[in-house]
Every structure is written in structure tokens, then in C-alpha cells.
Design a protein around this ligand. Structure first.
Ligand SMILES: [Zn+2]
Length: 333
């Protein structure tokens, strides 16, 4: 049964346990995954409710009160479990609807083929009615027959964020359809939009494409912007009004965290502190402490955030962790 308002009231965000005032969120990690399975990450599925719940507890201990689970349709989402681990931990969780890039879906032809209208319908239903209990049902059943996931209190679990994705300097026909569908769903709801990029390539181009579909850049975050730690490029993105997603801490094979902190500091010094969102997108069982790996979801709060505070001061970091995501996650066109 649909429960609560169709859209969150002004100043509120939509979590898996209902709508909440954006000013109450506390520190928000804008990009992680509690449940995920992809052929691109073999052996790294996040699929154990007890272990994912334990990792969420570690995130809380590291100083976060809220997180976005950024797993889109067809990649091992578990909205019912998401609601349970959120309720058990007291950490607010915002769920995602939309589509990843083609490479994640070699065996899900319906996702590769889905049109803009189909993405608009699926994502609008997930934002306003409920998320699918089983994503594969979308490929088999009419939309109205797809069963929704329930929270412990019996309410439908609804998404609070839209997502689309592009490839490395490339946007396929199916990825473009998802962008157009997500834009339509955004127009109807005001829900925020995350765009996955490969190394921040085509970020400005995808912002322009979304603008052509009627989306204001201020309602978009470019995920993985820091995979190209170029403060000049990030300032160009921020100047459009879009948010710049820093979510690459701890990837030491690529570069030391110092590179990301320098890049972030330069972006802040160029006047764009209000356009930064921070997460870590750890996303693999082998990197989760509860699954027996390292460094875990707590790495960001334990190791990266203190360095950022030392460099930028508490007030700027408070803006990045609390004020920016609170504002971004509200629903408004
Ligand atoms: Zn991610």
C-alpha cells in the first residue's frame, strides 16, 4: 500500500523509513552500497543482511548519521533489507532508483533495451509508490504487477534519489534513454540525480544533455569526479551549479589520499565549497571489514575526514558533510 505523501514536503528528504527534515540528517555519506551484485565485481557481492548491517554500524561509529545506498535497478538491490538495517542501526539510508552503465548488464537484455518512457515509469513508481522487491520482475511483468518491498512497519520502501550512468567519453543509446527517463521523473518529483561517470569524463557534456531535458545542474551530482583529481575541471563542473562527488578515498593504487585532499582544498579555495559531496563508494565485499576485508566503510570517517578537517577547518567540513547533502537531497526542481 502506498503510505505517506506522494512527494516529500518542502525541506524534507525521502529515506527508506519515510520522509525526514533535511536539517536533521547530520553527517551524510553521499555514496556507498550496502547491497550490490554485478558481473563487473565477481566474488565481491554485498548480499548478507547481517554483515551489511554490521558494516553500517561501523559507518555510524565513524561519525556518519546518514548514507545514500547508490545501487540502481538490476544490481542486487535489497530494499526490504535496507529498511531493516536502517531501522536496526538508527542510521538514515536513502535508496536509489535508475540505471547503471551498459557494462553492468550483459545478462539483462531488458535493461539494455528499456526506453526513456520505461525508465520514467519505473523510477517514478519507485520514488512515489515503492521499490521492487525483486528487480528481475521488471523484465517479466507489467509495472503494476511488480511487488514492492516493505519496511518493518509495513510501509512501502521508496527511493530518495535518481541515478543514471555514462561510460568513458561515451553515452550509449540505452544510457541516454535512462538519462532522459530519469529527467522526466525528476521533472515530476524534484528528486535529486546522481550521474555515474568513468573518471569524470564527459561530465560537462552530460550536464548539458540533462539541461536539454529540462534538469537544472544544481539538482545533479557528478559521481567519481575525483577519479580525475583536477580542481580546474571540478571548478568548471561546480560553476554550472552541479555538485562534485568526491568518493575515491583509500584507493592507494591510484594515488595517495593527499592528492584528493589537495584537489578538494583547491576546489574549496576557488570558492566552490558548497558544491562538494563526500562519500567513499567502497562497494566490494573484499573491502568491507564485516565481510573480512579492509579498509571498510569506516575508513572515510576515521582516516580521511580528520585530515580534511586539519586542512580546511571544521566549519568547511561541516558544510561538506551536513549542509551540502541536506540541501542536495531535498526534492525540488
Ligand atoms: Zn557506487
Amino acid at each position: 500500500m502506498p503510505t505517506g505523501e506522494l512527494l516529500p514536503a518542502a525541506g524534507r528528504v525521502r529515506t527508506v523509513l519515510g520522509d525526514a527534515p533535511s536539517i536533521d540528517l547530520g553527517r551524510v555519506n553521499y555514496h556507498e552500497h550496502l547491497f550490490q551484485a554485478s558481473p563487473l565485481l565477481p566474488g565481491d557481492d554485498l548480499n548478507d543482511e547481517t554483515l551489511s548491517g554490521a558494516e553500517l554500524g561501523r559507518l555510524a561509529e565513524s561519525g556518519f548519521e546518514c548514507m545514500v545506498d547508490a545501487t540502481p535497478v538490476g544490481l542486487g538491490r535489497r530494499p526490504d533489507a535496507l529498511a531493516r538495517v536502517s531501522a536496526a542501526s538508527g542510521v538514515r539510508v536513502i535508496a536509489t532508483t535508475g540505471r547503471h552503465r551498459d557494462a553492468h548488464y550483459p545478462e539483462q537484455q531488458w535493461i539494455l533495451d528499456a526506453s526513456a518512457d520505461e525508465w520514467a515509469a519505473i523510477t517514478l513508481r519507485e520514488l512515489t509508490v515503492g521499490q521492487a522487491l525483486d528487480d528481475t520482475a521488471y523484465g517479466r511483468l507489467p509495472l503494476d504487477d511488480v511487488a514492492t518491498a516493505q519496511a518493518p512497519d509495513g510501509a512501502d520502501v521508496r527511493a530518495g534519489m535518481l541515478k543514471a550512468a555514462i561510460d568513458y567519453w561515451a553515452i550509449s543509446r540505452g544510457e541516454r534513454a535512462a538519462l532522459e527517463g530519469v529527467a522526466a521523473s525528476h521533472a515530476a518529483t524534484g528528486a535529486p540525480i546522481m550521474v555515474h561517470t568513468e573518471s569524470c569524463s564527459a561530465a560537462l557534456e552530460v550536464i548539458t544533455l540533462l539541461e536539454s531535458y529540462g534538469v537544472r545542474p544544481a539538482r545533479v551530482v557528478i559521481a567519481h569526479a575525483d577519479r580525475t583529481p583536477d580542481p580546474h575541471l571540478h571548478a568548471e563542473i561546480a560553476a554550472t551549479g552541479a555538485s562534485v562527488g568526491y568518493d575515491g578515498a583509500g584507493r592507494l593504487r591510484l594515488w595517495p589520499d593527499a592528492v584528493l585532499i589537495d584537489s578538494l582544498a583547491a576546489l574549496v579555495e576557488s570558492g566552490h565549497a558548497d558544491r562538494v559531496l563526500l562519500g567513499a563508494d567502497v562497494a566490494r565485499a573484499s573491502r568491507y571489514e564485516s565481510y573480512g576485508g579492509m579498509p571498510g566503510l569506516a575508513y572515510l570517517g576515521r582516516r580521511f575526514v580528520p585530515r580534511l578537517q586539519q586542512r580546511l577547518g571544521d566549519r568547511v567540513v561541516q558544510g561538506i558533510l551536513v549542509d551540502n547533502p541536506g540541501r542536495f537531497l531535498e526534492w525540488q526542481n
